[in-house]
Design a protein around this ligand. Sequence first.
Ligand code: GLP
Length: 242
Amino acid sequence: LRTRDIENTGNGPLYRRLQSALKAVIDDGVLQVDDALPSERDLANELGISRVTVRNAMRSLVDEGVLVQRHGAGTFVAPRVEQALSRLTSFTEDMITRGMDPGAIWLEKTVGHASPEEAMALNLSPGTEVTRLRRLRTANDKPMALEYAVIPRAFLPSPDEVDKSLYDALAKYNKKPERALQRLRAELFDGETAKILGVPDGSAALYIERRSFLANGTPVEFTRSYYRGDSYDFIAEMQVDA
Ligand code: GLP
């Protein structure tokens, strides 16, 4: 990182420009997952700027989930989540397998009537009652995804049935999905969604739509999610046709 890299990133406050320059270095792969960042003092000396500026830039990147501070050890590039595309798992399971603590901030818990799009996705007649859950999903308190799940009310009478995991709640009624179709699409976070996830407006998002089904083929879930593009790698194993 050179002083001119920071000068080239626009004309906001200096710490914001340093923040974007550091983010670019990570996005370009120059600094990779678990790499240590130079100390505040070294970076400040090297760039000829104050330690306070460096501290503010690093703190903002920690808040964004791009960097992690490890007590006594320094600041590191935060790990990305690698997610297999071929296994049907829940967010809660995914985070627990990685040793992270899954959490949720509730944004909506309602019962309503299926919109035409939802009815089509869930194979219901329009207007059928559905349970809606909108949650910010977190891992170790870091915002990871915004999820909006719609479930036929016949399978989940009330959103209050869901404590932490939707799939655990469905399992109680013997309605845990056994198969799913998932669509992934690149998008940009709009202002409101970016704010909820604590990422800059216009940053990269993965839009994921999941329709999941019971063993007999009945649709049980229609979920639209926005995952952080800077934190997720989706992995699929492939084979040539036999
Ligand atoms: C993932 C899927 C969602 C699914 C959720 C269930 O996040 N993208 O479609 O609803 O897992 O997770 P949990 O059981 O933790 O609520």
